[in-house]
Design a protein around this ligand. Structure first.
Ligand code: DDH
Length: 287
């Protein structure tokens, strides 16, 4: 319909919805992974492909999908993300017209919605780039550091304190793996459902250093099954971050609204869209 040149296929919103549906179906079918879903690791892939953005040089960001190449794929921060890239590869084969860089952010968007998170507006327009566009190591946050480091990393992307806290709420999802980051365990009791529990637990539990041979991390005093990274605990200690933790712990709707806005922005950093904001679309979720 409306195609004048048979060799050029211009995908519509309906075509991207088909990609969304294929990812959602795979998430349901392939539940034999980690806590029962590839969802969290897909979110992490979308984040790590976008979080390399540097506003001063306008380099990095989700445009390019340069994590496909060894220098960037091998960065310590990206350990384990091959699982997410491999999960999406059959979807790329099924819809060869989509770029890897659009697919990775669409995959994260789909995972958040399918795990009960807020609607996230998304638009296409990313193109894949070659190995020369790989970003230098060290652009993603180091979990062992403090608030100066957190601000340095996220201000470089153009975010403020409120946005840092909202984005960190993604740790409601998933877990740490000793063979990936060296840290171990989940942040919440429901790691494949998006909630504001990360903030509630940060405030309500007592967090002690875990006594173990691994890197310095916190564990909850009550069940000793949950974890927090040093960078997570910074959010309740720092007076610029703390008010937002309080707000999000008290009101899941407020958290969802602000998380939705900021993750949409994250996934669009550095992308030279030809379309305007009206091209943003919210995908229909699986019932
Ligand atoms: Fe994270 N994250 N993240 N994170 N992250 C890890 C896992 C997951 C930091 C460190 C780690 C964000 C911010 C930060 C997710 C989403 C997001 C792990 C464990 C470490 C370490 C990896 C492993 O061992 O498998 C640090 C530090 C920060 C920070 O300083 C703010 C943000 C902004 C997001 C986001 O999505 C917006 C998700 C999801 C996971 C779980 C992955 C999984 O496989 O499960």
């Amino acid at each position: 319909s409306g195609q004048t040149n048979p060799t050029i296929f211009t995908p519509t919103t309906q075509d991207y919805q088909k990609v969304y549906d294929a990812i959602a179906k795979k998430l349901i079918d392939e539940d034999d992974y980690d806590d029962g879903s590839y969802g969290p690791v897909l979110v992490r892939l979308g984040w790590h492909s976008s979080g390399t953005y540097d506003k001063l040089t306008n380099t990095g960001g989700s445009n390019g999908a340069t994590m496909r190449f060894a220098p960037e794929g091998d960065h310590g921060a990206n350990a384990g993300l091959k699982a997410a890239r491999d999960f999406l590869e059959p979807v790329k084969k099924q819809f060869p017209w989509i770029t890897h860089s659009d697919l990775w952010t669409l995959g994260a968007t789909c995972a958040i919605q399918e795990m009960g998170g807020p609607d996230i507006a998304w638009r296409p327009g990313r193109s894949d780039r070659d190995v020369a566009y790989c970003t230098p190591d060290g652009r993603l946050p180091d979990a062992s550091k403090g608030s100066d480091h957190l601000r340095g990393i996220f201000y470089r992307m153009g975010f403020n304190d409120q946005e840092i806290v909202a984005l960190s709420g993604a740790h409601a999802l998933g877990r740490c793996h000793t063979d990936r980051s060296g840290f171990e365990g989940p942040w919440t009791f429901s790691p494949i459902t998006m909630t504001n529990d990360y903030f509630k637990l940060l405030l309500d539990e007592e967090w002690d250093y875990r006594n173990w041979n691994g890197p310095r991390q916190f564990q909850d005093n009550k069940t000793k099954t949950l974890m927090m990274l040093p960078t997570d605990v910074v959010l309740i200690k720092d007076e610029g971050f703390r008010p937002h933790v309080d707000r999000y712990a008290n009101d899941q709707e407020e958290f969802f609204k602000e998380f939705s806005d900021v993750i949409m922005t994250l996934f669009e950093l550095g992308v030279p869209f030809e379309s305007g904001k009206e091209a943003r679309n919210v995908f229909k979720r699986t019932e």
